[in-house]
Structures are given as C-alpha cells and as structure tokens.
Design a protein around this ligand. Structure first.
Ligand code: F6R
Length: 620
C-alpha cells in the first residue's frame, strides 16, 4: 500500500507533490511526509494523519525546492507515528520513500546495525535508505540503488534523493506500481498516474527490476541487468473532474449517483442490437471462450462478491460451472485445475497484492487462459492477463467500492453472454439480456429514487451496533456486499445470511434490537423468502425490506420500501443501489469519515505484515 511521488522541475515542487499525495490518499492515510532538496541540506517534514496535516506544516515552513519526494502511508510494519512516517533518511545524506514490503527485513536490519547504522523507526522501509547509503560511492546514487535492490526480497517502489545531487531522483520498481510522468521542463515519478493528472498526460510504466534516473529535462531507464532500455510512452487523458467531489458531500455519494453513467460506459461499444459483440475481451478471446468448460474466479472483498453473483449467470446463461475463491486463500492450497478452465480475476484497482499473486501463481498451472475484469487500464493485473475487459467506471476515490462493483456485474453479464455466444448457447436468452442491459441506466436511475425513503429509516439503524442482512439465491452475494458496505463505513457489525439458513442458528440473534435488512424481489424464491421473513416477524424482529409488489406482506416493526419493477438479469445490479445508499446515510448519521474509513485503504498492494516482522512477547 502507500503512495509515493517525486518531482524534478524548473519550478517549486512542494505544492505539486502535496496535490499528488491528496490524489493518492486512497492508498493510505496514516501519515504523510516530504523531503525537499535545498542545495546544502534536505528539508524533511512529516505529519501523523492525513495529507492535510502535512500541507499545514508546509504552509507554516514554506520550504522552496525544485527537487523532492513525498509519501502517504498505510501502516503495515510499525504503528502510525511521525517516526515511522516516510521519507526515511540515512546520515542526512540519502532520503527515500517506499511502497511495498521488504520480506528479508530482519536479516538486512541486523547486517546494517552490525555495520554501525542506527535506526530511528520500526518500519521495514528505513533499511532501504541505509542500504543505499552503504553502497553509495563516487557520488553515484543510481549504482547504489541498483546494488541495494539486489539485496531486497519482497515488493517495492522506491524514490530516492541524495544531498550531493540537487537535480535528480533515482527510482526502482519490483512488484509495486511505479511510473514516470513526462512533462515539459519537468518530470515526475508516482505510484499512480492519477497523482499527476493535472501535470501531464504522458506516462512511462516501469517494469519489474527497472531503475531510472529522473531529471527535469530527461529520464533514463535501466532494466534488471542495469542495461539502458526504452519503455513506451502511454498517453492517458485522466479526467480531472472525476477526482473532485463536485456538488456532493462525499466521493462515495458522488460515485453512487454516477452509476447510471458508469454502467452505460461499461456497455458502450460492447452490445449489438440483439447480442454481445465479438472479441470485446480482445482478439482471439472468442476462440478461448469456445473451449471454456469452467471458470475459476479469484478476487477480494467487493470484487469477490461480484464473482459470487457472476457464478449464477455463468451457470444459467453459459451453462458452465464456476468456482469462486478468495485471492488471499487460493494460492495457499493446491487447486486442482480441470481441463478447459478459464482463470478470471476481478479487481477495481488491478493492483491488489493477493489477486496479483494469485494470477502469477495460476500462470504456472494448466489453465486454458487468464482473463481480468479491471477498472484501471494501466494496472499490473491488466498488463499481466492474457485477456482484459475494462469496466470503464472512471476513477473511484471513495474507499468503499460502489460504481466499481456495479460495473463489474455488468462486465460479468457481458462475459457470460460472450462465452454462451462462442458456444452457440441460449440465443433467445442472450437477446433478452441485451434488451435488459440497454434499459439498465434508466433502471439504476429509478432505484436511486429510493433515497428519500431510505433517509427516513437511517436514524433507527444508525443507533444500533449490529445488523443482519438476508437474501436468497443470486441476492445472497448482494446482501453480503450490503453488509460489507455498512460495516466498513459505519463500523456497525453486520452479517449476511441466505434467508433459508436463519433457522439453522442465526434466528437466535433475532429480537427487537437488531435491524434486519432483506431483499425481496419478485422471483421464484419470493414465497420462500417471505415465509423466512414471517419467522423473523414472529420473533419480534425489526424488518427493513426492499421489494416489488408484495403488498400482501405487512410489517409490524420496520419498513417496506418499494423498488421499481425490474427484469430478472439486471435485478441484482438494481437491488445493490439501495444497500449502498443505506450504508452511506447510516454512516453520515454516525458522523464517520466515510470516504476514508479507519484502518482501510483503497488499494491493498501488500499481502500482510510478515510474521517475522512482529516482536512477540517472550514467555515469563
Ligand atoms: C470494499 C472494497 C474492497 C475491495 C478489495 C479488492 O468496499 O472496496 O473490499 O473490493 O480490497 O480491491 P480491488 O477490487 O481493487 O482488487
């Protein structure tokens, strides 16, 4: 996790670096820091908490500089504190920022301590500064960086400056994203092009093992063998309006209300008049799909829920079985790969460490091919998969995923139709789904109208500490997503169950103190769901039911919120919307920092803190 940025320019860079950090707060916001070169010394400012605290320090100190590096942190190793904030320094000579995890931290720290280096933090990053210093000879920062990274195991994107060079940054990448932003009389380095959106549209993405020297009017890249290489410049127009809140109070609110447009962006140029278009997953994908006998989905969190919904569609539309796995678990067992299995990752960011590691692990197995459904075209996942479908949701800034999820669902419908088409299955069903998808933006708009009714029920839910979410069939993963939204932004404990499971245990939780949120669309399971809800009513439970036309269902305690009538295949997408709105208003009511909830970060680019990094209490 964490976001890093660096700049070499002919103008002052302090403000540019701070602006870039603000755009990368989705990567973490436990602390932030900056190092600015000032001819005879380097000024380092660090602050606990969000980037705003660092910006306040900058306003107080007003340092001026044309070369600098900066960092926003999500703590993995060492608690959030000023001492653990980046940049880290060695002998007031070398300053570095780092994103990633150094796995051989213990051995390297011991070695450096034995040769006299003193450590000022509990991070695994500080050793990188000392290691570069240890290798620094003849004023050659690049060579010192190249020697240092040879000793590192783990993942890193690093940017470094040294006191002897007021005009250059040296950067390095391995398994953590890093790119160069190419400007006029200035060049930059950053974890994400979004951080540089207002500065340039030209980006060079580094590959694993690359190092580079970045100056204001030039940059040079070296591969893992230290050989000078050319890497392609990618032109990207990143809309800056999509990284501001506009008329909305929070990014999450804006992103919820953007969903008619984001769904329409996902569909653009992918649907013909009666069917999905060919090869929307890239040239040659139709041939792969004609041989696909089953699907292995791997993803995390919200994206995993999308895969669980997708399973129902693949079984019904494409007639093929699906397995859905947590990316964090998948590679720690020995999955048996059956003939003709397509490996599919789902990820908003395309940088989630667990999902990327699962993809890399899968490449050594006998999968038919790898495919990714991803929102970030420049991401590692997109670049490393054989086939990709971009969800085109636009930047999602709120930590809780909303429009990324619904566009993943739309993409999965397109994938299941594409596979069915390649195998000549269910043409009439495909035509019906095409029609439903064309109506989707309007149907999402109608479901956004539930906002007023939902605002009325939020105070009652906001005062509770627990909630239960119920759904059946394809709506079970939708209520799992609803429960995840509520817990991550309102800090209310929420659990989701398939309603038929209630009687096997969770019914014991039901009394008048626990709100129970249920989805009750019109489908084959409606009657069964209603009888499950009757069981809850009989135990005095407070029900908040979202449904269509079940006027016969009366609620003694709680509310019934009518949903617009919607067709079968798009219904899971439509029913997601009120659960997002509910979580949003409950969190607003509780006054949480809902765009940046505690302990979380938007893009989880580390697996976890390695066990060997923890100091365990010794037995008395
Ligand atoms: C929750 C949320 C997370 C992400 C998960 C995977 O609202 O956003 O659960 O879905 O961290 O992230 P991506 O999709 O970027 O791989």
């Amino acid at each position: 996790m964490c976001g890093i940025i660096g700049a070499a320019s002919s103008r002052n860079v302090g403000k540019l670096l701070i602006q870039g950090l603000h755009k990368m707060e989705y990567r973490g916001y436990d602390s932030a820091g900056i190092a600015l070169h000032q001819k005879d010394h380097v000024t380092r400012l660090r602050a606990l908490g969000k980037v705003q605290a660092l910006e306040d320090l900058m306003i107080e100190h007003k340092p001026k500089s044309k070369l600098g590096i900066a960092h926003t942190r999500w703590a993995t190793h060492g608690k959030p504190s000023e001492a653990n904030a980046h940049p880290h320094a060695s002998s007031e000579q070398i300053y570095i920022v780092h994103n990633g995890i150094i796995e051989n931290y213990k051995e390297l720290t011991k070695k450096l301590k034995d040769s006299g280096y003193q450590f000022a933090s509990q991070t695994d990053s500080e050793l990188i500064a000392h290691l570069i210093h240890h290798h620094y000879k003849n004023n050659d920062l690049l060579c010192a960086m190249q020697l240092a990274i040879k000793e590192l195991e783990g993942a890193y994107a690093i940017a470094a400056v040294d006191l002897n060079h007021k005009d250059q940054l040296v950067i390095a990448r391995y398994k953590s994203p890093l790119l160069i932003g190419v400007g006029i009389e200035e060049n930059f380095a950053a974890s994400d092009p979004l951080a540089l959106a207002q500065l340039t549209s030209d980006f060079v993405f580094l590959e694993d093992g690359d190092t580079a020297v970045v100056k204001k009017d030039s940059y040079e890249i070296f591969d893992a063998k230290s050989k000078s290489v050319n890497r392609e410049v990618t032109h990207l127009d990143i809309e800056t309006s999509s990284v501001t809140k506009g008329e909305f109070s929070h990014f999450m609110e804006k992103e919820i209300f953007e969903q008619p447009q984001s769904a329409s962006n996902t569909l653009e140029s992918r649907l013909g008049s009666n069917d999905v278009l060919d090869n929307i997953f890239g040239l040659g994908s139709s041939e792969i799909f004609s041989e696909t006998k089953r699907i292995q989905f791997v993803a995390c969190g919200t994206s995993l829920h999308a895969g669980k919904v997708g399973r129902f569609w693949f079984e019904e539309i494409a007639g093929i079985p699906c397995y859905v796995d947590f990316a964090s678990e998948y590679r720690y067992r020995n999955p048996l790969v059956e003939d003709g299995t397509l490996f599919v990752t789902i990820s908003q960011s395309g940088e989630t460490a667990d999902t990327l590691a699962a993809l890399r692990y899968a490449k050594d197995k006998d999968y038919l091919s790898t495919l990714s459904i991803c929102n970030v075209p420049t991401s590692s996942l997109a670049r490393e998969s054989d086939h990709v479908l971009f969800t085109n949701a636009g930047p999602e800034i709120g930590v809780a995923s909303t429009k990324a999820f619904t566009t993943q669902l739309v993409s999965l419908l397109l994938l299941s139709m594409s596979i069915a088409k390649s195998q000549d299955k269910n043409p009439i069903m495909r035509e019906a789904i095409t029609k439903e998808l064309k109506d989707l933006p309007a149907a999402i708009n109608a479901s956004l109208d539930t906002k007023t009714a939902i605002q009325k029920i939020t105070p009652a839910i906001a005062e509770k500490n627990n909630a239960l979410f119920l759904g059946r069939g394809i709506f079970f993963p939708i209520v799992q997503e609803g429960a995840l939204k509520l817990k991550e932004i309102s800090y209310i404990h929420a659990e989701a169950y398939p309603a038929g499971e209630l009687k096997h245990g969770p019914l014991a939780l039901v009394d008048d103190s626990i709100p129970i949120v249920a989805l009750s669309p019109e489908n084959d399971l409606t009657e069964k769901l209603i009888s499950n809800l009757e069981e809850v009513k009989a135990r005095g439970g407070t029900l908040y039911v979202f449904g269509e036309g079940q006027d016969q269902f009366t609620i003694d305690s709680g509310s019934y919120i009518g949903m617009p009538k919607c067709n079968k295949f798009i219904a899971p997408i439509i029913y997601t919307i009120p659960l997002q709105i509910l979580a949003y208003y409950v969190a607003c009511h509780r006054g949480t920092d809902l765009d940046q909830p505690r302990n979380l970060a938007k893009s989880v680019t580390v697996e976890s803190v390695s066990y060997t990094h923890l100091t365990l209490p010794t037995k008395a």
